[in-house]
Ligand binder design. Structure first.
Ligand code: ADP
Ligand code: MG
Length: 614
């Protein structure tokens, strides 16, 4: 018993130091609500509003899809992190040792469990999450009251939990199904559950557990999925004291996706939606077609805050976007679907991995179309769907110029691009070039966007030519509510080269603009862009109620995007050359300011592979 007590003290002090996410995390946190979240935003149940734990009735138990939920270490991690999220945690830390067989510990800063309920929490079918016995209205990740008792049956389980900010909680240890410790312990509000010696008493399960590396991989996958379902929660995973995953809880799906799958995704993620369909709200992020995966592993669907593998839905979605991806490839995807709890049946799978949407087909079709539209807008796809690229190469009709295309043979040399020779314009939207390493396609609109954006940034930094006076000042007519905000930004706008003055009432005059190649003064790119869009972009700024640095960045991007040459616009050769030359002088000639790719390379290797090289 003495040993047990020592061990207990070690645990609770460790919680204070290592799991210092309690109060601080709450203070740090923004408290913003989480899109795609039902109640993981941390704004859910407060200490006062937490429902009590009660034992489910026998009839409810019988209706619940039962199953062995603790199959391997990753199942323990999943159940414990889900409990933390259900408790409204803003920070969750997962520690794993020995592939999870030695130790799994999950600490959170959620609502905690009141001292007099900790024992009950470990009882089978005891839950605080089913207020009535109505399984149809479940809003939480857990609801069966099975996790803690199931874990306690196959491991030593210690819970330290406090449900208020008094600094004292309750600690309870269950060993061989018996309570060996149950007494007060220091703890800021929140819960830490420690699971030791998993499966030590179940030799068969122990034997079937994989090597530590296999279990760690499973645990990693589990935590990544949970992190994607809860982008507003800071989640960290430490394997043998090494941090292998850390999300910032930034509450932004694209950010979480990059934190989870790596920096290589940055710059290639495209927003999906939001879209309303059959009472469901769908939004998400998908990788551009240049980033694909050989398996479905990184397809993430989160329905009502729960990461799921809805088989029916997934296969319908895949069928819809299949035509725009190479065979056997899958995108990186996070799709958030929120709908009423009545519109989804979560009680169809023991591990709650599959769910059934009542309007599955309609929702899937809409999701598929959404993804297909976004992926299909990207010329980069030609790289992997070579058949399309080849067709374009073969068909002279699709080239803007056919006869004179090799007249202008001067190589375009720039610091940022390989030496290139212009072939011509394809489909009125792409420039085709060749270099020693193969073919290149450049999206004319995005290329121009990139050039304009960098010019605007340079203007801001003071290194660009003087702004040019517009031949005629442009009139900006604001709404009353916008006047004050816009007036405050006149100095900043002037620093960017946009000299605006008050003309009277709600009207402003735009007198000058920075040098925007092809829009306002630009030697070779004359008349290429859309000067008429300057005013709407500036008016957009007046309507933008974000303060701080954010608006400037957005203004620059929106100016570049609106005024850049449109797709579908035929270009002459000097214009095409000027675009490529301008692009090659920018800092990032492969992506537009929104982060989308604009340059595609069909390498020599790909050409040889496709056409042979005897
Ligand atoms: P379920 O999650 O299905 O309710 P569990 O066995 O996982 O069942 O947990 C039982 C109860 O213990 C939960 O309903 C909840 O009240 C409480 N609980 C478990 N983990 C936590 C936690 N991390 N924070 C707050 N309460 C918790
Ligand atoms: Mg649970």
């Amino acid at each position: 018993m003495a040993a047990g007590r020592d061990e207990k003290r070690y645990d609770s002090t460790e919680r204070f130091t290592q799991y210092g996410c309690g109060q601080q995390a709450v203070d740090d946190a923004t408290g913003r609500s989480v899109p795609g979240q039902v109640n993981h935003s941390g704004t859910g149940a407060g200490p006062g509003s937490r429902p009590i734990i009660r034992v489910l009735s026998a009839t409810t138990v019988a209706r619940i899809a039962a199953g062995e939920i603790i199959e391997r270490p990753a199942s323990v991690v999943k159940e414990l992190v889900e409990n933390a999220l259900d408790a409204g945690a803003l920070a969750v830390r997962v520690d794993v040792r020995g592939g999870g067989l030695t130790l799994i510990r999950v600490g959170d800063d959620g609502t905690g469990i009141p001292a007099n309920e900790v024992r009950l929490a470990c009882q089978r079918h005891a839950t605080s999450k089913l207020a009535s016995d109505d399984l149809g209205s479940v809003q939480t990740l857990g609801f069966r009251g099975e996790a803690l008792p199931s874990i306690a049956a196959v491991a030593e389980l210690t819970i330290v939990s406090a449900a208020d900010d008094g600094g004292v909680g309750q600690r309870l240890t269950l060993r061989d199904g018996r309570f060996v410790i149950d007494e007060p312990a220091p703890r800021p509000r929140g819960t830490t559950v420690t699971v030791r010696h998993l499966f030590a008493n179940v030799p068969a399960r122990l034997a079937s557990a994989g090597r530590a590396q296999t279990e760690i991989a499973q645990i990693g996958q589990t935590v990544r999925r949970l992190a994607l379902a809860a982008p507003g929660v800071r989640i960290s995973l430490l394997i043998d004291d090494r941090t292998v995953l850390q999300t910032t809880g930034a509450n932004d799906l694209a950010t979480t996706l990059i934190e989870v799958y790596g920096q290589s995704l940055a710059g290639s993620l495209l927003p999906l939606g939001p879209l309303e369909v059959s009472g469901a709200r769908v939004m998400g992020v998908v990788s551009g077609a240049e980033v694909t995966r050989p398996s479905r592993e990184q397809l993430n669907v989160v329905i009502n805050g729960r990461w799921v593998q809805p088989r029916g839905l997934l296969s319908l979605i895949e069928a819809a976007y299949r035509p725009v991806l190479p065979r056997g490839r899958h995108p990186v995807l996070a799709l958030i679907i929120n709908t009423s709890s009545e519109a989804v049946d979560i009680n169809v799978h023991p591990a709650k991995l599959d769910v059934r949407l009542l309007e599955e087909r309609v929702i899937a079709t809409a999701c598929g179309n959404l993804i297909r539209t976004v992926l299909g807008q990207r010329p980069i796809m030609l790289r992997e769907r070579l058949a399309v690229g080849v067709a374009a190469l073969r068909s002279p009709i699709s080239l803007a110029e056919t006869r004179n295309e090799y007249d202008d043979v001067a190589i375009i040399m720039t610091p940022g691009l390989p030496d290139l020779r212009l072939v011509g314009q394809v489909q009125g939207r792409l420039l085709m070039l060749e270099g020693s390493a193969g073919l290149y396609l450049v999206d004319q609109h995005r290329a121009h966007e990139r050039i304009l954006y960098e010019r605007l940034i340079a203007t801001h930094g003071g290194s660009a030519p003087e702004p040019v006076a517009l031949p005629e000042p442009l009139l900006l007519e604001l709404r009353p509510a916008q006047v004050a905000r816009f007036s405050r930004r006149l100095d900043d706008l002037a620093a960017l080269g946009f000299e605006c003055e008050i003309f009277g009432g709600r009207t402003f005059l735009l007198r000058s603009a920075p040098v925007l190649p092809g829009v306002v003064h630009g030697e070779m790119l004359h008349g290429l862009g859309e000067p008429g869009e300057l005013v709407p972009a500036l008016l957009g700024l007046a309507a933008d109620d974000m303060d701080g640095e954010g608006w400037r960045e957005r203004l620059l991007i929106s100016l570049a995007c609106r005024t850049a040459v449109r797709r579908g616009r035929p270009l002459d050769r000097p214009e095409m050359r000027a675009l490529v030359e301008g692009l090659g002088r920018t800092g990032a000639p492969a992506v537009c300011p929104h982060g989308s790719p604009l340059l595609m390379h069909v390498s020599e290797t790909v050409l040889e592979r496709e056409f042979g090289c005897e």
